[in-house]
Design a protein around this ligand. Structure first.
Ligand SMILES: NC(=O)c1ccc[n+]([C@@H]2O[C@H](COP(=O)([O-])OP(=O)(O)OC[C@H]3O[C@@H](n4cnc5c(N)ncnc54)[C@H](OP(=O)(O)O)[C@@H]3O)[C@@H](O)[C@H]2O)c1
Length: 257
């Protein structure tokens, strides 16, 4: 890329990286990939046992819930005091359940918004002052290709991921002059606990390790949007260029939902 939207990360060695949502799935695989590349990594999630079992002394374990802004702020303060700064923060925590408009579960919908969207605001609020003071570092949001356009059976989840993509664009523009990189990561289907109970076939399904490799590659290149697997993400991008009437009918028919 000739003019990458973010500064390319030429080496992850020594980079101070905090991932919120790293106990399982893509977050755990990405944290391990960063550790293997020589980064100093801190991992958060609600389940302290899983974090300890997965990472032990290989990462700084800071259990916390992204819906608890005060707990995130305390974790950020601890980390900044120990590290003296922070180079990359990844909002990875997410939750998903199928949900249809005709059988809306309002409490579950609000819970998904609380974790997938408000959790990102909470995390950014916790590190904003430090990143602005440094005039360096990056903030990455894990959204999804499900955020490109509305999908059947995915009412709340898809909406939060669309919001995350939009949020990352706004943040990039606002933070550019402050020297802070902003990235959005849009995975397709990845084999993780989140998708383990999906009752439908998942096209172009990949493993979490492959997702992690794509994420590190995209960050190294300074991409704004890291999307994968390309065959699937590009197909969905194309579908979303269609007029609404065509998109809605094609996706409904194609997914048989
Ligand atoms: N798998 C896919 O196909 C796919 C596709 C596109 C996007 N994504 C996105 O990728 C991200 C990672 O998902 P995944 O597939 O790797 O799922 P996962 O294995 O279920 O991982 C989710 C992570 O988030 C943590 N988490 C959930 N709620 C949290 C909360 N309130 N506070 C703090 N941590 C919380 C979980 O740990 P605890 O439960 O211990 O808190 C876990 O570490 C999510 O944002 C997801 O939406 C996944």
């Amino acid at each position: 890329m000739f003019f990458p939207p973010n500064p390319p990360i030429t080496s992850f060695a020594g980079q101070r990286i905090w991932i919120a949502g790293a106990s399982t799935g893509i977050g755990a695989a990405t944290a391990k990939a960063f550790i293997a590349a020589g980064a100093r990594v801190a991992v958060s999630a609600r389940t302290a046992d899983t974090l300890e079992r997965e990472f032990g002394e290989h990462a700084r374990v800071l259990p916390c819930d992204v819906t608890d802004a005060a707990a995130l702020q305390a974790a950020a303060n601890t980390l900044i005091a120990e590290w003296g700064g922070i180079d990359l923060v990844i909002a990875m925590a997410g939750t998903y359940s199928t949900m249809r408009a005709d059988t809306l579960d309002l409490a579950a919908a609000k819970r998904i918004v609380e974790v997938n969207l408000n959790g990102v605001f909470n995390l950014f609020a916790a590190v904003r002052t430090q990143l602005l003071a440094q005039r360096s570092g990056g903030f990455a949001i894990v959204a999804s290709v499900a955020g490109y356009g509305g999908l059947p059976n995915s009412m709340a989840y898809s909406a939060t991921k669309a919001a995350c993509i939009n949020l990352a664009q706004s943040m990039w523009m606002d933070l550019r002059a402050h020297g802070i990189a902003v990235t959005v990561i849009n995975p397709g289907f990845v084999r993780t606990p989140l998708t383990a109970t999906n009752p439908f076939p998942m096209p172009f399904l990949i493993d979490a390790d492959e997702a992690a490799r794509e994420i590190l590659k995209g960050l190294a290149r300074g991409e704004f949007e890291i999307h994968f697997p390309k065959a699937f993400s590009r197909l969905l991008k194309l579908l979303n260029l269609l007029p609404h009437g065509l998109y809605l009918r094609l996706v409904k028919k194609g997914t048989r939902m």
